[in-house]
Design a protein around this ligand. Structure first.
Ligand code: ADP
Ligand code: MG
Length: 250
């Protein structure tokens, strides 16, 4: 699978509050790999991930998945919805519906978005939840689950749609260390299954272990991209060197 973001520009706000968050950004990557997207806070990582996921429309530039442009401007909007359905996205803050059980949270996108019959959706969801060690928790509400369990439900929901591509935005940043380990080991298992992944993370040790490639994003641009070992041992740009010195000293 090939992903290209070409000349992406995204600004927020107007007048003097206007802010260019992605600045003619270019990123090209060939999966079946894990790409870790690293960089300082506020650099534009989440915005880029949302653009790639088809959740945010760029002001300029285009995203191509396997040479197919993401239809940000096409009418009907359903073309963009179709694109989004092929992806699984996991955010920092779970985004589960609090009034629905864990199982209902996994089933809902299958029935409501993908039009899969209830019975089949439920069977598929139960299978995935079992695989992720969630069998005992299907009937619980998100509020009755630990943070790590909630994030596993969010991952189950992303996987249930059989995505072509998984995107994670700091999936462990709201978790304590034990829960973090639990979720990271699950992501490592998914890597074994060969699902292409784009992972924004602060967990440098994990990024180093799991990623094949690193893209370093700061000030709205990808300043460097390369094989993970090279990036960690010898970042090329001054910005990346400073960033790594800071995070590794911590
Ligand atoms: P990162 O994930 O690397 O920390 P973000 O993409 O979240 O960076 O944010 C980059 C910048 O864009 C930040 O200054 C943030 O405040 C701003 N930003 C992000 N989303 C919005 C939005 N919807 N409206 C206004 N500003 C935003
Ligand atoms: Mg972010």
């Amino acid at each position: 699978m090939k992903l290209e973001a070409l000349g992406i520009t995204k600004t927020f706000g107007l007048g003097k509050d206007h802010r260019r968050v992605l600045d003619n950004l270019t990123l090209k990557v060939e999966f079946p790999h894990v790409l870790a997207l690293l960089g300082p806070s506020g650099g534009g990582k989440s915005t880029l991930l949302r653009v790639i996921a088809g959740l945010e429309r760029p002001d300029g530039g285009e995203v191509l998945l396997d040479n197919e442009p993401v239809p940000f401007r096409d009418q009907p909007v359903s073309a963009l919805r179709t694109y989004r359905r092929r992806l699984g996205v996991v955010f920092q803050a779970f985004n589960l519906f609090p009034h629905m059980t864990a199982l209902q949270n996994v089933v809902l996108p299958l029935t409501a978005v993908h039009g899969i019959p209830e019975k089949e959706a439920k069977e598929r969801s139960l299978g995935i939840m079992k695989r992720l060690g969630l069998s005992e928790h299907g009937e619980k509400l998100p509020g009755q689950l630990s943070g790590g369990q909630r994030q596993r439900v969010a991952i189950a929901r992303a996987l249930a749609v059989k995505p072509k591509f998984l995107l994670f935005d700091e999936p462990t940043s709201a978790l304590d260390p034990e829960m973090t380990a639990e979720v990271l080991s699950l992501i490592a298992e998914l890597r074994q299954e060969g699902i292409p992944m784009l992972l924004v993370t602060h967990e440098m040790g994990f990024a180093r272990k799991i990623a094949d490639q690193v893209a370093f994003l700061a000030n709205g641009r990808v300043l460097e991209q390369g094989e993970v070992g090279n990036f960690f041992s010898k970042p090329q740009t001054l910005e990346a060197q400073r960033f790594m010195a800071k995070v590794l000293a911590y």
